[in-house]
Design a protein around this ligand. Structure first.
Ligand SMILES: C[S@@+](CC[C@H](N)C(=O)[O-])C[C@H]1O[C@@H](n2cnc3c(N)ncnc32)[C@H](O)[C@@H]1O
Length: 215
């Protein structure tokens, strides 16, 4: 798909937003939807795992999972502002050496990256037009588990995201938000050899955890 998605996404997340996200994480811990991913992954009882966090933002998932579930992580992100804050926080926490930070659209670099035990996409699919390409590449890279959060398919989210996109168009900013059909994402991941083992909902976000059943 011809799309300069990395550049568009990079421009969408400012340094000020990234700093504010890190400040909120430092004060309050992981956001509620991120907690759902973390709780779900902890139920799997994995240890010494490799983590691939796609679009990890300020890196809350690897900052947390490197404590007891993962030995090493790769954080691929299209936003240089978020990556900068994620790296600085990883260094402050003393696990900077255990995280490989990559500034890229994951679909552009996936072929060059190794598989991981756990793959996470927290609030990422809603920032990306080619959900099929992104989820197929993510699922192909997961040996054991895939966890993601995405906006709930309800009227108020359809309305909210269309308002955001209306203002994006007015501003002539090409970045858009997407409410991808949940049933299509679910079927796609299952076709890649996974079963859904957990599904939880908040007002805005839904979290699904998948485990690989077919290798
Ligand atoms: C809304 S932010 C969420 C950040 C973080 N996961 C969180 O929940 O706080 C979306 C993130 O996904 C990243 N992203 C979106 N599409 C991506 C892609 N195809 N490859 C890599 N990163 C992507 C953006 O750069 C951004 O960091």
């Amino acid at each position: 798909m011809p799309c300069n998605c990395c550049e568009i996404t990079d421009n969408a997340f400012s340094e000020a937003e990234a700093r504010s996200a890190l400040k909120s994480y430092s004060r309050n811990g992981p956001a509620n939807q991120t907690r759902l991913i973390l709780e779900a992954i902890h139920t799997l009882g994995l240890k010494n795992a490799n983590l691939l966090d796609i679009g990890g933002g300020i890196g809350a998932i690897h900052h947390e999972l490197l404590a007891d579930v993962a030995d090493a992580a790769t954080h691929v992100d299209a936003s240089s502002a978020y990556l900068k804050e994620a790296k600085a926080e990883a260094t402050r926490r003393g696990h900077g050496e255990r995280v490989n930070f990559i500034h890229a659209d994951f679909t552009d670099v996936a072929a060059d990256l190794p598989e991981a035990d756990i793959v996470t996409l927290d609030r990422v699919v809603c920032c990306y037009p080619d959900v099929r390409g992104l989820l197929e590449a993510a699922a192909n890279h997961s040996r054991k588990a895939l966890a993601l959060t995405y906006p709930r398919e309800v009227w108020y989210m359809q309305f909210g995201l269309s308002v955001i996109n209306f203002f994006q168009r007015l501003r002539k900013d090409p970045f858009r938000v997407f409410l991808h059909p949940i049933a299509e994402m679910d079927s796609l991941i299952k076709r890649e050899g996974f079963e859904r083992v957990s599904l939880r909902r908040l007002f805005i976000w839904e979290m699904a955890l998948y485990q690989r059943t077919v290798t």
